[in-house]
Design a protein around this ligand. Structure first.
Ligand SMILES: *Cc1c(COP(=O)(O)O)cnc(C)c1O
Length: 393
């Protein structure tokens, strides 16, 4: 069933096309000549909206990375509908044997991370198809990918035996600890493991040393130059968000000048109600807030169902007319109540900014995440798929 359409007075996400393009350009500059930039569209394009971000990413990036086979096929459908040229697309998540067949037929690359790829070989052969595969190496994240021991025991050798149906198009890995630190010693051990395993693969699978490699996500692309290889796989930072404060500090040291990342997303809504409540009134469930004075409140049609974190209760503010307005009491399923006493002159409906800039003030995803004791990656990916999304220039 499709996601029900939001009402006209529901909150909406505004996506800046120019900000997205500027962020891709910033990573082209960081990566340097001869390297490609890939856009990671997982998690509903980091909550920004897969179908809204796809045209932007398709036009600006060299590679598109998705988690599910369905997303990979959706990109091919988009290209067919638009008459657009095919981009390189890689499904970095799990694909069953029959999905590998469907992706091979559509010209979408898949990741091979363990021996389960072998099941696809007879199906591909029966259809006369060849799958383009990227070998995922586990160099220290402990997630998907061949460990060095698995390579030594021959777990990837089936690729050499089934060259008629598998073509190795790339080798990749993923870092465990580049965002939360200013020293990259663990990442360096992963790079060393990657180099060792790449040599093993060259020997065991007879793949050329020129086989494309990709390793760096946003943080490593920014702060660890030897990790950039042939393509950088950039997620969070193409949406204009720094992976962490530590990354920003390190990038300043490594790059000299910080790339001007521009947040792509703003979240705004119109108020449902604006009214005065007298001193002594309680606000919201649990009566956790009591007004010390007469208070002009705005009731906003946004709640935790939409992805506004309930844990931000008692800490958050929103922007109205460029002023910070505290969220009073608890965040509810479909409502927030904010104090607009000093932000407006009357009880006319207001426009509130939940994320993004309004005048001189802004609320970053990092700030909302800090109120909610989580990371901005989680805040943006939890923005409801049902929210209206509009691309603006
Ligand atoms: C999420 C992910 C990325 C992108 O990470 P960011 O920190 O958002 O840039 C790249 N590669 C893989 C394998 C990932 O899972």
């Amino acid at each position: 069933m499709p996601v029900p359409a939001p009402g006209e007075l529901s909150s909406r996400l505004e996506l800046s096309a120019s900000a997205f393009r500027a962020n891709v350009a910033a990573f082209r500059a960081v990566a340097g000549p001869g390297r490609q930039v890939g856009a990671v569209l997982k998690g509903n394009a980091y909550g920004h909206g897969f179908s809204e971000v796809l045209p932007l990413a398709h036009a600006a990036a060299d590679w598109l990375y998705v988690i599910t086979p369905g997303e990979g096929l959706a990109i091919r459908a988009f290209e067919a509908a638009q008459g657009a040229a095919r981009r390189a697309v890689l499904v970095i998540g799990a694909a069953s044997a029959s999905e590998v067949v469907a992706l091979a037929a559509a010209g979408v690359d898949v990741v091979v991370a363990d021996r389960s790829f072998e099941a696809a070989a007879p199906l591909l052969r029966a259809k006369g198809l060849r799958a383009s595969v990227h070998l995922h190496l586990d160099t220290g994240l402990g997630r998907e990918g061949f460990t060095a021991a698995q390579l030594d025991q021959g777990d990837a050798d089936g690729l050499a035996a089934a060259r008629d149906v598998f073509e190795v198009k790339g080798v990749l890995s993923h870092f465990a600890n580049t965002e939360d630190v200013t020293e990259q010693s663990y990442a360096v051990t992963q790079l060393e493991a990657f180099e060792r395993s790449f040599k093993v693969l060259q020997r065991r699978l007879s793949i050329p040393p020129s086989t494309p490699r990709h390793f760096a996500a946003s943080a490593a692309a920014l702060v660890l130059p030897p990790s950039r290889f042939d393509v950088v796989r950039v997620g969070i930072s193409l949406y204009g968000l720094w992976p962490s404060t530590e990354t920003r500090l390190s990038a300043k040291v490594v790059l000299g000048e910080l790339p001007a990342l521009q947040p792509v997303l703003a979240w705004r809504c119109q108020s449902q109600v604006v009214k005065w409540v007298p001193a002594g009134s309680f606000i919201g469930y649990g009566c956790t807030w009591r007004c010390g004075a007469d208070t002009r409140v705005a009731v906003l049609p946004v709640g935790y169902w939409d992805g506004y974190p309930r844990l931000a209760s008692g800490k958050a503010h929103v922007l109205v007319n460029g002023r910070r307005c505290p969220v009073l009491g608890r965040v509810m399923m479909n409502h927030l109540i904010v104090d607009v006493t000093h932000a407006v002159a009357d009880e006319a409906p207001v426009t509130a900014t939940l994320l993004g800039r309004d005048g001189d003030e802004s609320i970053t995803a990092e700030l909302l995440a800090s109120w909610a004791q989580t990371i901005h990656y989680e805040v943006v990916t939890r923005l409801g798929p049902h929210l209206a999304r509009r691309v603006v220039e």
